[in-house]
Design a protein around this ligand. Structure first.
Ligand code: SF4
Length: 380
């Protein structure tokens, strides 16, 4: 456990657990949380660092991904790119390869661009002001708060998903957090301990991640139980209110594993702009109404690459969910018939062997296709 100074808990407890926010004992909330953190805070690799670059990497990886998934990626990343200068000097392909499987690849592309800006515009030093930090690609207000408080102990608030949930329950927020963002920011700022912002922000994140969890909040272990309105009203399982979301659209995709006479496969690199930009993939596209998978593949391959293929057996079907839609990849072996492949709707095309595929960064859904190809190769 890293050494953390234990604050003194006030001896006088609040008599009224249902305090109005205007009169809430903010200092008591701070102290209770900091004491809890000193005893129960998580040991995480980036917590022992004051290097803004390392903390920045962890903050970006944690934006959409769970801690246990992030830890090995974080460690491999720092081994590969130990400094911001190393990251800035890397190729985009190296960067995307290190990110492969983490999803939300715009995070990696933005990290790479931001590292180049830090090197070229800031002399390799991460900006130490909020305005400077949020001017970098991929860094919003809460990420900036996480980095500045952890690296420089600056009193800058945070408001990630965990913090929104904790605060919404603490005050029994009657709207969904997305409809009360300015209030939530204000509460996060009001509560922030000015003397220990690093520990306070990390404590708040830990409270949300380990105690005030989405489904089963462990209120009996919570340092804020006496002040929590949701608990007092037995509403902790109902809060925070969620937004009504329409069901995710579902796209059927025809995907081609195109073989040539040399037993090589054709892959293409997606355009920089848009989802999964810069990643390699197996070519294909969305089924039009009334189209079969085979018809879709032949049409897409002609439109995207200007070649004719014969569609053969199904290799695998892959279901994958992105944040705003789901896809089913209907993957078929194909045989190259005529035409020289051209990058008509992508940045680059390349013939590669099954063994070569490991060198290229692919989206997670495509990794299943690669695994199926390797298995088929071992069986052959
Ligand atoms: S008492 Fe329960 S609901 Fe309230 S903040 Fe603590 S864990 Fe969350």
């Amino acid at each position: 456990m890293p050494s953390r100074k234990l604050p003194n808990l006030p001896t006088q407890q609040s008599a009224d657990p249902l305090l109005d926010w205007s009169t809430v004992a903010v200092s008591e909330l701070r102290q209770r949380l900091l004491i809890w953190y000193a005893q129960q805070g998580r040991e995480l690799p980036w917590r022992n660092s004051r290097d803004p670059y390392a903390i920045w990497i962890s903050e970006i990886m944690l934006q959409q991904t769970q801690v246990k998934t992030v830890i090995p990626y974080y460690q491999r990343w720092l081994a590969m790119f130990p400094t911001v200068a190393d990251l800035a000097a890397a190729s985009q392909e190296q960067v995307l390869k290190q990110w492969e499987g983490l999803g939300y690849y715009a995070r990696a592309r933005n990290l790479h661009r931001a590292a180049q800006q830090v090197v070229h515009d800031h002399g390799g030093q991460f900006p130490s002001t909020l305005a400077g930090a949020i001017a970098l690609p991929g860094i919003g207000r809460t990420t900036a708060g996480g980095i500045l408080s952890a690296a420089f102990n600056q009193p800058v608030p945070i408001l990630d998903g965990n913090v929104k949930r904790v605060l919404a329950r603490l005050v029994a927020l009657e709207r969904s957090p997305s409809r009360a963002l300015s209030q939530l920011w204000q509460w996060s700022e009001t509560l922030l301990d000015q003397e220990s912002p690093r520990n306070f922000n990390q404590a708040l994140m830990d409270l949300g991640a380990t105690v005030c969890t989405p489904k089963q909040p462990a209120c009996d272990r919570c340092p804020w139980i006496v002040h929590c309105r949701a608990y007092a009203r037995a509403m902790q399982h109902e809060l925070p209110h969620s937004d009504q979301r329409p069901p995710l659209p579902h796209k059927q995709i025809g995907v081609a594993v195109i073989w040539n006479e040399q037993r090589q496969i054709l892959i293409d690199r997606r355009r920089q702009e848009g989802l999964l930009g810069g990643l390699w993939e197996f070519p294909g596209g969305k089924l039009e109404p009334g189209e079969t998978v085979e018809q879709c593949i032949r049409r897409e391959i002609q439109e995207e690459l200007g070649i004719d293929v014969e569609v053969g057996d199904r290799l695998i079907t892959v279901n994958h969910a992105y944040s705003h839609f789901r896809v089913t990849l209907n993957v078929h072996h194909c045989r190259h018939l005529t035409g020289e492949p051209q990058p008509l709707e992508c940045d680059e095309v390349r013939w590669v062997t099954v063994d070569d595929l490991a060198q290229y960064p692919f989206p997670k859904a495509n990794i299943h296709i690669i695994d199926a190809l390797k298995q088929a190769q071992r069986r052959a």
